[in-house]
Design a protein around this ligand. Structure first.
Ligand code: FAD
Ligand code: MLT
Ligand code: ZN
Length: 452
């Protein structure tokens, strides 16, 4: 990318917002896990949809590839410039409207963090239903681009279910904008739904209209220790059939809990370890604790239970789950496999996958945790080289052989692009490529991601 392009970009966004200093770029060319590292001539920070359109126009005319970047918390190497692309940061797209109480909606810029939306909703007595550990840094634009899931999917759905409209600049240069928040609006193709999960390959999201839900008035959280993984998975299936009150059902195993406690200096949750723990949360207008206790008492294999209803003790239980990602990063650069299995196949998969890893990487450590309520387990492997692709090939193939999906909530990114056809038919991939060609004919948006 020559100086002429930098000059044109500066004309669009102002020279203060074209960052070329390698020290300032450093944090933007490597991903959160440290597995994906690239380089970039510049990071550009447009402050409006019109400026995003201007940047894309410069890139199209000069055939400059770019990577949209939000909080850079993505897990699949999709938001970093691995092949020297320009970084387009959403840092300045931080406009935020008031909560529309009547409609229970809010309009925010793409660079607003998920936590900021949660706090704005809470201040208005409502709730933004999407939640996950990176809430403080992950942006609304990034969460739309990845269709982020998180811990509340079983009750409220993922990001796509909260998305009433988007504003975005497509690779063609067209600006699409539908932020009216009409709940029923069947006028043509549902572009917000298409952009959600498109991983920055079709357009740059600049703003979104989001659905808010009622805030729970009474919440109970429990950490339930089980004798086996099978008991834990079976209990969650049974609870889900018995009640609609569950907000979250997350699984962690003994080794992960031990690692989190040792890494952050927390006490172990119980005096003796359990094979598997379910962190389960329920909420209602009336105190759900009694109903919840009945369900836990009826489960097979329960060895220990800790229950909390006040915010501080609930947070103390959540840290054993939330801090898995950070704790595993201290062991080594992980290979992350974010996969879903049919619920009936999940327990056997979790028992078998460490052996599958050991077949190809005998000294690796396999860590398992995740969103058991919706069949999504995070298989993390440490002690292997970042480019040990044979491991990815083996694990993802194993997932598909058990009827699962190779991406539950993180997306395909660059990490899994080679294996897309394991999980999608030739027809599916061909339709995706046709959409990509139509909306990004110059191929400038995230060229290495998803359909590389
Ligand atoms: P980035 O990492 O910056 O980008 C992610 C992708 O979106 C890239 O492909 C990028 O090009 C694209 N993109 C970013 N902004 C835009 C935009 N404005 N327009 C178009 N494309 C864009 N994910 C889950 O789904 N569930 C979880 O439970 C979860 N927990 C996490 C916990 C931790 C501790 C961490 C570090 C990550 C977790 N993640 C989780 C992954 C990550 O936080 C999500 O994928 C999040 O949505 C990424 O948002 P971001 O703003 O950081 O996006
Ligand atoms: C989580 O659920 O904690 C995440 O999706 C992040 C991870 O996989 O590490
Ligand atoms: Zn997750």
């Amino acid at each position: 990318m020559g100086p002429g392009v930098v000059r044109e970009l500066a004309e669009v966004v102002g020279s203060a917002h074209v960052v070329t200093d390698p020290e300032l770029l450093a944090a933007h060319v490597v991903d959160w896990t440290g597995r994906f590292r690239g380089h970039s001539p510049a990071m550009v920070r447009p402050g409006s949809t019109a400026e995003v359109a201007g940047v894309l126009d410069v890139c199209r005319r000069h055939q400059v590839a770019l990577v949209p970047q939000g909080g850079n918390t993505g897990m699949v190497g999709g938001g970093v410039p691995l092949a020297g692309e320009l970084v387009l940061s959403s840092q300045r797209l931080t406009s935020a409207g008031d909560v529309d109480l009547a409609a229970r909606q809010i309009t925010v810029g793409a660079g607003v963090s998920v936590e900021t939306v949660q706090l704005a909703a809470a201040a208005a007595g409502l709730r933004y239903a999407v939640d996950f550990g990176a809430r403080g840094s992950a942006t609304i634009g990034g969460s739309i681009a990845t269709n982020a899931g998180g811990i509340n999917v079983l009750r409220h759905g993922g990001t796509r279910e909260q998305l009433l409209g988007v504003e975005a600049v497509l690779g063609t240069g067209d600006v699409v904008s539908r932020l009216s928040g009409l709940v029923k609006d069947n006028t043509g193709y549902h572009l917000p739904g298409l952009l959600c999960g498109s991983e920055g390959t079709l357009g740059v999201v600049t703003a979104a209209r989001l659905r808010l839900v009622e805030a729970p008035s009474q919440v109970v959280t429990a950490l339930v220790g089980f004798a086996t993984i099978d008991d834990a998975v079976t209990a969650v299936s049974t609870w889900r059939r018995a009640t609609d009150l569950l907000d979250a059902a997350e699984i962690v195993l003994a080794a992960g809990v031990q690692l989190v406690a040792a890494t952050f200096g927390y006490p172990l949750p119980f005096d003796r370890p359990c094979a598997a723990y379910v962190l389960v949360e329920a909420s209602d207008h009336d105190d759900p604790t009694e109903r919840f206790a009945e369900l836990v008492a009826g489960a097979v294999g329960v060895e220990q239970v800790a229950v909390a209803t006040d915010a501080a003790r609930r947070a103390a239980l959540w840290r054993y789950r939330d801090e898995h990602t950070a704790a595993i990063n201290t062991v080594g650069v992980p290979h992350k496999f974010d996969v879903t299995l049919p619920i009936g196949a999940l327990a056997a998969f979790m028992a078998d996958v460490p052996h599958v890893v050991a077949e190809v990487e005998p000294t690796a450590i396999t860590w398992l945790f995740g969103h058991v309520g919706d069949g999504n387990v995070h298989v993390n492997v440490t002690g292997v080289a970042p480019d040990a692709d044979h491991l990815d090939e083996r694990v993802l193939g194993f997932v598909v052989s058990r009827g699962g999906s190779i991406s539950a909530e993180h997306g395909i990114g660059t990490a899994k692009a080679r294996w897309l056809s394991l999980d999608r038919s030739a027809g599916d991939v061909s339709a995706m490529r046709a959409i990509k060609r139509a909306l990004d004919p110059a191929g400038i948006l995230n060229p290495g991601v998803l359909l590389a």
